[in-house]
Write a protein that binds this ligand. Sequence first.
Ligand code: ATP
Length: 498
Amino acid sequence: MLSSDPMLNMVSLCKRRGFVFQSSEIYGGLKSAYDYGPLGVELKRNLAGQWWKSMIYERDDIYGIDASILMHPDVWRASGHLQNFTDPLVDCFDCKHRFRADKAPKQEPGTEVEFRRDGKTIKGKVGTCGYACPNCSSNSLSEERAFRGMFQTTLGPIDPLGECISAHYGKPKEEFLQEVRKVVEANAVYLRPETAQAMFVQFQNVVNTTSAKVPFGIAQIGKSFRNEIVVEHFIFRSCEFEQMEMEFFCEPGSQKEWLSYWVDQRMGWYRKFANHPENFRVREHGPKELAHYSDRGFDIEYKFPWGFDELEGIASRTDFDLTQHAKASGTKLSYFDPKKEDPETGKPGWRYTPYVIEPAAGLTRCFLAMMLDAYTVEEGKDASGADKSRIFLKLHPALAPIKVAVFPLIKKDGQPEIAEKIAKDCRALGWNARYDDVASIGKRYAKHDEIGTPFCVTVDNQTVEDQTATVRDRNTTEQIRVPLDQLTQYLKERLSWA
Ligand code: ATP
């Protein structure tokens, strides 16, 4: 039964078909953590693979890395994350909802609001903060408090609590807490809240070990962690997620051009896979939205069921990060171009700190956007003429978890053997192909429509007689008979995304 809420339909499909499960579900689930099932892992890998292909394999000027999640704590001190990576947290005194002030809908101070308190309806006015509680509309709110979003853990065999208790047992509470903080801070490391910093920290190693010449980029895909105040919309905002980020190093002064180049490139990438390109848009950051390191930035947004929201940020990060890390580490993080004149001295050879353009996409957020974009309900009739809707995921073949499903109509008369041979031939071409003989043929088609398999091949009695099989197209449901010896070529032409 379809709901009128597209997110409910999506969450249900993800669970029912094995795309996404709640983490630790049998123990009641862990808030804000998700596991990707047999189909979800394929879609996620395909998305990451397409991003990697467009960044690394289709060009000659970007180098990939795969850095560790734990980094030296000084990285986060130098980058400003320890001081600035905070969200403004507000508590509602009425409904006890906790929310991010910067994400609460803005309202003109003085706007009338109504909310419930002790069973009564209360009238009030929005205060100078410019928002009311997004849950109950109350204007009775706490001050904004800076909440640090980085997860902290301890490196090494030290048990900070044990250490403190044995050294300071019996001391006054405040003194004791101070000692705890000292030991904890001394051994603290952080789960990275973005993948970007490793690309700055390894800048010189990449330059030294490759033939990289500015302009060039360093890219990576990996896990990031943020202790989000509000986790929302299924996998849209979670505490553990994956990012696909690239730092593009360019000459000072050329950042404006490169910023618009990368906005176009990234929009082109999304449009390549989208069924509804009109649901992807670019929005420039307002001055208050710019991060502490950025002089200009854009978001690529997708029209999610709750409205347009961020899919990817593309920021002009200036020379902030390289400069900060050079200062803090004492390592030279600059680039020498022997062919350029130094603009200050006019002499040949120019050493400078490159400027950086950063397209930073969320892999798991992109997963949700592509699933929503592909989710299609087609109204039709069944064999008896009654209304029947067909649900299918119109995923681009490059993203589809399974490329070809092969069915024997019945499990005898040599049909399974032929079907298995077709599936094997498809796998030899590098496709994820599945042999499937469970349930009626109609149910098998419905299942593969719903998981986005572009083509189903059915082997029947006629196949045994004339060596042809039926190929069914997911998007049109059209079926045609193709000779077995032309089958892989036929599919290759239609699956040719590579
Ligand atoms: P938001 O405003 O939604 O909190 P952000 O501007 O803090 O996001 P960035 O730091 O620019 O996000 O990170 C780059 C990308 O990483 C985002 O565009 C998004 O796709 C993804 N991302 C960030 N935080 C999360 C999260 N908690 N869960 C899933 N994806 C995330």
